[in-house]
Design a protein around this ligand. Structure first.
Ligand code: AMP
Length: 216
């Protein structure tokens, strides 16, 4: 299965992507995770990306496209993949489509996660993550068993810098301006399905499984 999860930051794509990737035995490519890893490792790419990420802006297309194409060309992606957080601009979507065409592949689903803005802000501001194993929690909906401590590896949980209130607004504005046009882009190509992202994680998961099991 080749699938894209599209939607605003904080909508719950990452949490569902983790589940779906395991369920369908496909690799999850989250450009946010890959970029954060590069920043942590202080690679050349990470140094380029850091400032943009801290300001809540998009990392330049050429940087992200190179990163994704390298992954997609690797053997682990030959039988499918789940893209979470990519594409985020029309240029990225065009590049992806050209790349897939060249490989003789096509997308099975583009799932657009929708959620009212007030819920998005609540979800982003309550998000906490583990700096070690990258597990993601939410203060209300997915709380860790012990306050502030990762269930998996026991590390102290942190709030991502770009999840702090001062950056949330700019990320949402960037989403609206640069990523939202992709809804029309994929609708026009007949491969977009809208998923109601509201409610409990398990409820969204159920709706998502139904959607993915149906032909578009
Ligand atoms: P995310 O974890 O998906 O919310 O991404 C965190 C940050 O990484 C974003 O705010 C951007 O700065 C950067 N980023 C992630 N994916 C992309 C992308 N496809 N294009 C450009 N920047 C990206």
């Amino acid at each position: 299965m080749r699938v894209i999860f599209l939607g605003p930051p904080g909508v719950g794509k990452g949490t569902q992507a983790e589940f779906i990737a395991k369920k369908y035995h496909i690799p999850k490519l989250s450009t946010g995770d890959l970029l954060r890893e590069s920043v942590d490792r202080k690679t050349a790419l990470g140094k380029k990306a850091k400032g943009f990420m801290e300001r809540g802006e998009l990392v330049p297309d050429d940087v992200v496209i190179g990163l994704v194409e390298e992954k997609l060309a690797s053997p682990e992606c030959q039988n499918g993949f789940l893209l979470d957080g990519f594409p985020r601009t029309v240029t990225q979507a065009d590049k992806l489509s050209g790349f897939l065409e060249k490989m003789g592949e096509s997308l099975d689903h583009v799932v657009y996660f929708s959620l009212p803005r007030t819920d998005i802000v609540k979800r982003i501001s309550g998000r906490r993550s583990c700096p070690e194993c990258k597990a993601v929690y939410h203060l209300e909906s997915i709380p860790p068993k012990r306050d502030g401590v990762c269930d998996v590896c026991g590390m102290a949980l942190i709030q991502r810098n770009d999840d702090k209130p001062e950056t949330i607004e700019s990320r949402l504005a960037v989403y609206q301006e640069q990523t939202e046009p992709l809804i029309k882009y994929y609708k026009h190509r007949g491969i977009l399905s809208e998923l109601d992202g509201s409610g409990l994680v398990a409820a969204v998961q159920e709706r998502l499984l139904v959607l993915l099991s149906q032909p578009r």
